[in-house]
Design a protein around this ligand. Structure first.
Ligand code: DGJ
Length: 723
């Protein structure tokens, strides 16, 4: 419910368990009052910090700067007195910056409007508060949107800028959310990584100054994730408070937590201002992407489950989100570039016999691509490799009872390609400079409408050529040389954001035309694993690192905010191609069950012992699949923290059943058997485990002693069913 109290000028948004409260100092400055556990009282204006010396501007104009620099802003603007992190910078026709945004009007309505050209949460059972602020001298208007869903403890924020003046302006910075709070000795939790090491959890006390996570790589990145949380000291999976922000966007981002002089904390998130300058003509508007703000008063676990439910119910649109995905075998680690029709059909036949349901032909099927040196952009079949063409191959695979999937990297162009030779101006490039190569490729300039049309045409022709059920949409380099031979000089700063918008547009067009397509996004592993992509694809390839042990850390960080049903996870061959580690085949299977499940190997090349285990693993995937896709996730132990073992549990929504995955990474000598404490069960119900009866409350409070395991890298699955 959203209410406005005219007497006190207070806006209050209530979900089932949380409240978000905004006030208006002087009836003008939108200020933050409260974000936290639900409050029943509506008389909250006394909490707005306008009594702090030196008073509101109307009472003490000579100290306006001191006011602006300490007031808890709902949307921070710089240049006129607030020296903390700003959310907006606009350069006017006079070449000047500095805004004074004050309240003009508001609108409270049922529902939630879509964000033009951008992914965003959706759902009818929602309400929105829209606050309009204006900078009176320039006529620049800023619309702040706050939406809530009846079934979620989250607040969705976005920002729209309207140029209400008579001259063009340049937006140099527009962040989407700002949260000003009193400091409570917070720690910052973030996700950091690198290629093959994505989304490792990182926690550190917030000191004076700023803590920053960011990407200027043109993608959400392997390195920093567009997520930031402030957590109370000692916050655990089950206790403590958490304020989290997550950005529904796939390009450059900035996320900051700033501990300021008066012991206040400002948290902001939005498009990174670097490489960003958007020209706005009079009357035009700019829509900034959405930030999801989640509060939990019951530790990280509750935050996680809020994100999981929100994304499953209000972000992912694909009809496949709750459906079992076909168990696939992907040709990448099985053959890399070295395949032809005969090899693929052999791979398909052997896989089909083992119960695998889809063959995915990865990189290397087009142009003359036999390595990563060329052909991106030449999206026609390499007939030397695929004799008989794509349709022949797909028909043969279908005849084996398997579906067929294909790899594409549509945003890229190789210098060694027919399309580049014909259109060198289509690549991103800076004037009079040779653009930097990365994996021997350039990035296409997607601000050019004819390039977007060309790319879409290639995608469409490929999908029309045969019965293709699945696309893996890859992106294997970061954006550099951000210059366009098409955009005028004063719009070059729009290029990075335009690239991201064009990717969204392309995927939207593809899904509209091929509504049955199962799309998996990917970026050199998990460099574009973000909520923006989830709006288009119900699954994203998590990491190129398929080693079972490394995956425990990568998947834990990913599971912190993403439902398991979206996490691309496959069983691969050993020694692992990225780290050289050898782990048991069973363990690799158990680790991959916490995701979409599939194979990244050639079953003809693995040992017979391992091969024989594949049907059993697929049976496990079918058995636990629905629970994993739909259930509530609880983190019981973290290998990243303890360096010995990992444990997570999924409980069905009706608490009728639960499954626990336990992986002993290192076997320590002379240790007692591990005890784990289950979570989320029905305390009063009796559960059957291993043919014995246990009370839910006992399993949660007193725990369960696990059977001892011998050796490193051992896994076990424990099943609990209500009696
Ligand atoms: C990076 C992906 O993450 C891999 O799975 C594979 O598709 C390669 N690209 C192909 O170039």
């Amino acid at each position: 419910m959203i209410q406005f109290d005219e007497k006190t000028n207070v806006f209050k948004l209530d979900t089932k368990n949380l409240s978000y409260v905004i006030g208006l100092a002087d009836g003008a400055y939108a200020g933050h009052i409260y974000f936290g556990k639900r409050l029943e009282s509506t008389d909250l204006s006394y909490l707005l910090r306008i009594d702090e010396p030196p008073f509101v501007p109307s009472a003490n104009l000579r100290e306006k700067v001191a006011f602006l620099d300490s007031y808890p802003m709902e949307y921070a603007f710089g240049g006129t007195g607030d020296f903390r992190e700003s959310c907006i910078t606009v350069t006017t026709a006079a070449g000047q910056q500095g805004l004074d945004l004050t309240y003009v009007s508001h609108r409270i309505y049922n529902g939630k409007e879509a964000l033009d050209g951008l992914p965003a949460t959706w759902g009818t059972d929602s309400e929105t508060l829209e606050l309009t602020l204006e900078d009176i001298p320039t006529g620049i208007r800023v619309l702040l949107s706050y939406s809530i869903f009846s079934d979620s403890d989250a607040v969705m924020r976005s920002v729209k800028i309207i140029n209400g003046g008579a001259d063009a302006i340049y937006i140099d910075r527009v962040l989407s959310a700002c949260l000003d709070m009193d400091n409570e000795q917070y720690e910052v939790l973030s996700l950091h990584g690198s290629w093959a090491r994505e989304r490792h959890m990182n926690r550190t006390p917030l000191g004076y100054g700023s803590y920053t996570m960011e990407s200027v790589r043109g993608e959400s990145s392997h390195q920093d994730h567009p997520f930031l949380a402030l957590v109370s000291p000692g916050c655990t999976q089950t206790s403590g408070s958490v304020y989290a922000m997550h950005f529904i966007y796939s390009g450059n981002f900035l996320a900051k937590a700033q501990l300021c002089q008066h012991d206040t904390v400002r948290m902001v998130m939005g498009i990174h201002p670097e490489q960003f300058r958007w020209k706005l003509e009079p009357g035009e508007c700019f829509q900034a992407p959405e930030v999801v703000c989640v509060y939990s008063d019951e530790g990280l676990g509750k935050m996680t489950r809020t994100f999981h439910d929100l994304y499953r119910n209000h972000l992912i649109r694909s009809k496949y989100k709750y459906q079992p995905r076909p168990v696939l075998v992907n040709s990448w680690e099985a053959a890399y570039f070295d395949f032809d029709t005969e090899k693929l059909l052999k791979l398909a036949k052997q896989s089909a016999e083992l119960g695998i349901e889809m063959l995915v032909m990865d990189d290397g099927w087009f142009g003359h691509r036999n390595s990563d040196e060329g052909s991106l952009g030449d999206w026609y079949v390499n007939e030397e490799k695929l004799k008989g063409g794509l349709k022949y191959l797909v028909d043969e695979v279908n005849a084996l009872g398997m579906k067929f999937g294909i790899w594409l990297e549509p945003e890229m162009i190789s210098p060694d390609s027919d399309v580049y030779r014909a259109h060198p101006e289509w690549a991103l490039q800076l004037k009079n400079r040779t653009a930097s190569l990365c994996r021997a490729q350039y990035v296409l300039d997607l601000s050019r409408p004819e390039v977007v049309d060309y790319v879409y045409d290639c995608v469409r022709k490929t999908l029309q050529a045969a019965n293709i059920s699945y696309v893996k949409w890859d992106m294997n380099r970061q954006l550099t040389d951000i210059g366009s031979t098409y955009l005028p000089a004063d719009r070059q700063g729009e290029l990075s954001h335009r690239h991201t918008l064009a990717v969204y547009e392309l995927q939207e067009r593809m899904l509209q035309e091929f509504p049955d397509l199962l799309l998996e996004n990917c970026s050199g592993g998990g460099a574009r694993f973000d909520p923006g992509m989830l709006y288009y694809s119900p699954q994203i390839w998590c990491s190129d690192n398929t080693d079972a042990v490394e995956r425990l850390i990568i998947q834990e960080g990913t599971q912190l905010i993403y439902p398991l049903s979206v996490i691309g996870a496959h069983v691969s061959d050993c020694p692992n191609h990225t780290v050289g580690r050898v782990t048991p085949f069973e363990t690799r299977g158990v680790v991959a069950l916490a995701g979409t499940f599939g194979y990244e190997l050639d079953p003809c090349k693995i040992s017979e012992d391992d091969r024989k285990k594949i049907p059993g693993q697929i049976a496990d995937y079918k058995k636990y699949g629905a629970l994993v896709r739909e259930g509530d996730y609880y983190r019981i132990a973290s290998y990243q923290e303890n360096r010995l073992y990992d444990c997570y549990e999924i409980v069905s929504k009706d608490r009728e059943e639960a499954v626990v995955f336990f992986i002993q990474v290192l076997h320590e000598p002379n240790r007692r058997s591990r005890k784990i404490y289950l979570q989320g069960l029905d305390a009063d119900a009796v559960y059957l485990y291993d043919k014995k009866e246990y009370l839910g409350a006992t399993l949660m409070q007193a725990g369960l002693i696990l059977p001892r395991m011998w050796g490193d890298f051992q896994a076990q699955i424990l099943e609990f069913k209500k009696k």
